[in-house]
Design a protein around this ligand. Structure first.
Ligand code: S3P
Length: 167
């Protein structure tokens, strides 16, 4: 296997970090949300709206099984709920990207496409509810993680160096 799985809350920077890691290593990269959109040929937002969250979670499960059986030497960035997959440790080493809720909102809001980032994430639509999901998940992310990396207010180069030193 030899995969690295990046988990963490929506907007924490899993995809951005996966791309930066690839540039500095021999790993390939793949994103579970991208995989799902490609299987379904429609956006996550549409899938949530038309089919509901349970349907989406089943697609994540399908994805997790495929990753376990078919993917190696890859940095896998995941949707914020992917950490629940039972076989996650059979896929690879799990790294939790840790940040406060405020830090995540600041990161999203300071990006040039902040509106699009918020729009494409159904579970970020209501910030009060998003904070509740965050509070529930923080402990679970930490429990699932093999490695915890603090990413708040840190330069991407430093995080990349940190992760490559730990794996
Ligand atoms: C989700 C996070 C999203 C996406 C879906 C559900 C979640 O991915 O998978 O909207 O449950 O946290 P990002 O973490 O890339 O935003």
């Amino acid at each position: 296997m030899n995969n690295i799985i990046l988990i963490g809350f929506m907007g924490v920077g899993k995809g951005t970090l996966a791309r930066a890691l690839v540039k500095k290593s021999d790993y390939f990269a793949i994103d579970t949300d991208d995989l799902i959109e490609s299987i379904e040929n429609r956006k996550i937002k549409k899938i949530f709206k038309k089919e509901g969250e349970t349907y989406f979670r089943n697609l994540e499960k399908k994805c997790a099984l495929w990753l376990e059986n078919s993917v190696s030497n890859t940095i896998i960035s995941t949707g914020g709920g992917f950490y629940k997959q039972e076989n996650i440790h059979n896929i690879g080493k799990v790294i939790y990207l840790k940040s406060s809720f405020e830090g995540i909102l600041n990161r999203i809001n300071s990006s040039s496409n902040a509106k699009a980032k918020l729009r494409k994430r159904p579970l970020l639509k209501n910030l009060k509810e998003a904070k509740e999901i965050y509070d529930l998940r923080v402990k679970e992310y930490e429990k699932v993680a093999d490695i915890i990396v603090d990413v708040e207010n840190r330069k991407i180069e430093d995080i990349v160096r940190d992760i490559l030193g730990k794996i």
